[in-house]
Write a protein that binds this ligand. Structure first.
Ligand SMILES: [Zn+2]
Length: 260
């Protein structure tokens, strides 16, 4: 009986964490949209991007409203972008993973920023300062705890990872004169260093270049892109950062055991 209750409570807590993620994801969609149209996201009610009709409370449930409305606006019947349910589900699942892996609290704060950067860079080929700067400030504040508790090696690892990763991307930007990477990638790399530290930053960058190369070759093979066309690198950096957040330790151990 005790075991059953323990399992039941674990299930209920997981469900709450997942739903909380869905709600944060829904807010993220709103933030992304308002950044796109350059509107403050702190005030005003949600509305349909097509017919501008103010949304009802029934329209605001993450994922469920999308399913009930069959992916169309209640008022103008225009299709709602798949971005909305996908961002909500991704945020929910990542929150569930953070909970399951028992990662530190700061991960719940930083994952939504990573998702917003992923979506925005994928759609508009730019990483907005309004997303990346607040994330950097939040991480600097969280990392101060290591300075206060005199864990200098952890603090130094985080700061050096950030500066090192940013310098690496700055070099790429300078060498390619901004053709291969943008200034936004430098800022994102700095943020990743603050989140991941060493050696996870190396794992994340390795994964970013690996997935970027695979997807790039795939796009060229299927004639979607040529060698000269621009593909944003931010989404690959975010994928690398997220995988390293959860599996970085495992991947680094595996690597060092096999090759060193
Ligand atoms: Zn509408």
């Amino acid at each position: 009986m005790y075991q059953f209750l323990a399992l039941l409570s674990l299930f209920l807590i997981s469900l709450v964490v997942f739903i909380f993620g869905l709600i944060i994801g829904s807010f993220l969609n709103c933030v992304i949209y308002r950044l796109e149209i350059n509107k403050s996201f702190l005030k005003g009610r949600s509305f349909c991007p097509d017919c501008q009709h103010t949304l009802n409370w029934q329209d605001l449930f993450p994922v469920f409203s999308f399913i009930i409305l069959k992916g169309r606006c209640r008022y103008c019947q225009k299709k709602i972008s798949w971005q909305y349910p996908l961002v909500e589900i991704a945020t929910g699942l990542l929150f569930l993973l953070i909970f399951n892996f028992q990662l530190p609290i700061f991960n719940y704060f930083i994952v939504p920023f990573f998702i917003a950067i992923f979506v925005y860079d994928l759609k508009h080929y730019i990483i907005p300062d309004k997303i990346v700067y607040p994330a950097v400030i939040i991480m600097l504040i969280f990392n101060l705890q290591f300075l206060i508790s005199k864990q200098f090696s952890i603090f130094n690892s985080l700061i050096l990872s950030a500066v090192g990763a940013a310098a690496f991307f700055l070099a790429i930007v300078l060498i390619s004169r901004g053709k291969w990477m943008g200034v936004g990638d430098i800022k994102l790399a700095f943020l990743m260093g603050l989140v991941l530290g060493y050696p996870n930053i190396l794992v994340s960058l390795f994964l970013a270049f690996l997935t970027g190369a695979i997807i790039g070759i795939g796009l060229i093979a299927f004639n979607k892109k040529t060698l000269k066309s621009a593909v944003p690198f931010g989404p690959f950096l975010v994928i690398g950062a997220l995988v390293a957040m959860f599996f970085g330790g495992m991947i680094a151990d595996w690597y060092f055991n096999f090759f060193i």
